[in-house]
Design a protein around this ligand. Structure first.
Ligand code: FE
Length: 340
């Protein structure tokens, strides 16, 4: 009985916002609607195809699974490799064969079978207090476990998808035993129990709660340009940006990306949308509006990002491998009591 009610409720929710005509495309998005609206407006202007978005931070894969072949969704849009990998594991995406996507997106940022494509990249960096951390004092992710940082580091939950991918990259590099030691060391250095989002950690640095914070690179751009919440400019101004491991493997990278759903009613339009998102025009919008790094070769980073971040070395760890290690990473987070 309960199941039936849920099904009815779900279909009632999705009945209204979805498109049916051939010149429409439906997106299930883990990315907030306002982030992608300028991109979708540009897509509609160029192709005449209307794009509709259902945004949710959680539950979209379950919803796709539940809807099965009746799902109105054509495209899944995510802000991390994790959900794309999980969607492939649940057989919710179909392979795409597109010369344009293969040309625009480097092989390391797309699935070999064409089931997912990276659209932007970002690095998980260290935000370091300008006042309390000297230049060159912290250089690597490994350094975060050094006892000299005891009580001086802030981060969001270890279970957050961004941290799971970072821990996954550490396992790929060092193996499980050493990574667990590292994670334990990092936990012992935390200034407070993991909480809040990435920006909240930079705020905590500004307020003197901690001296180092982990955060994704684009949040710096979003804070330093934030006219609506000018206090965020001060948070951003209080830190130096450290791209870790520049002397060895390079900084950990992640992607936002997309895939075409297995039962997409508008497959052609779905492919067109992903192709558009990989175009120079769309990559510029991503770069300027959201301060992410374009994945398309030749597309430029925003001026502001260039000014503050310059060139840096990216690690070459395979994203698929990182995604595979996320379960192990999650168990490790529990094992060391990271969030307690
Ligand atoms: Fe984010």
């Amino acid at each position: 009985m309960k199941k039936t009610l849920t099904a009815v409720a779900l279909s009632a929710i999705i009945a209204s916002p979805v498109a049916t005509a051939a010149d429409e495309v439906n997106i299930y998005s883990f990315r907030q609607a306002f982030l992608i609206k300028p991109l979708l407006d540009a897509f509609t202007e160029e192709t005449g195809i209307k794009a509709r978005v259902v945004f949710s931070k959680k539950g979209l894969l379950e919803r796709l699974e539940h809807e099965g072949r009746n799902s109105p969704a054509d495209v899944l849009l995510t802000s991390d490799i994790g959900p794309l990998y999980d969607a492939v594991g649940k057989d919710l995406l179909q392979p795409i064969d597109s010369d344009l996507l293969d040309k625009n997106i480097p092989a390391k940022y797309r699935d070999a079978d064409g089931k997912w494509y990276g659209l932007t990249s970002r690095s998980r960096i260290i935000y370091a207090s300008k006042d309390r951390v000297a230049e060159g004092e912290i250089k690597t992710y490994e350094d975060l476990a050094d006892p000299k940082w005891k009580g001086r580091i802030c981060t969001r939950s270890g279970k957050h998808t961004y941290n799971l991918s970072l821990i996954g990259s550490m396992i790929a590099q060092h193996g499980e035993a050493d990574t667990q030691q590292w994670l334990k060391g990092l936990k012992e250095n935390l200034a407070r129990r993991p909480q809040g989002n990435d920006r909240a950690q930079v705020k905590a640095v500004k307020e003197g709660v901690c001296d180092l914070a982990l955060g994704n690179s684009y949040y710096f751009g979003k804070m330093i340009t934030n006219d609506k919440k000018p206090e965020q400019k001060e948070w951003a101004q209080s830190v130096n940006l450290i791209f870790p491991n520049q002397g060895d493997r390079g900084a950990h990278m992640n992607i936002s990306g997309a895939g075409v759903t297995k039962h997409a009613p508008h497959k052609e339009a779905a492919v067109k949308l992903i192709e558009f998102l990989s175009s120079d025009k769309a990559q510029q919008i991503y770069a300027e509006a959201n301060f992410e790094f374009p994945v398309r070769e030749g597309s430029k980073r925003s001026e502001l990002i260039n000014k503050y971040m310059g060139e840096f070395k990216e690690d070459g760890i395979n994203l698929q491998r990182i995604a595979e290690l996320r379960d192990t990473a999650a168990k490790m987070v529990d094992k060391v009591g990271f969030d307690n």
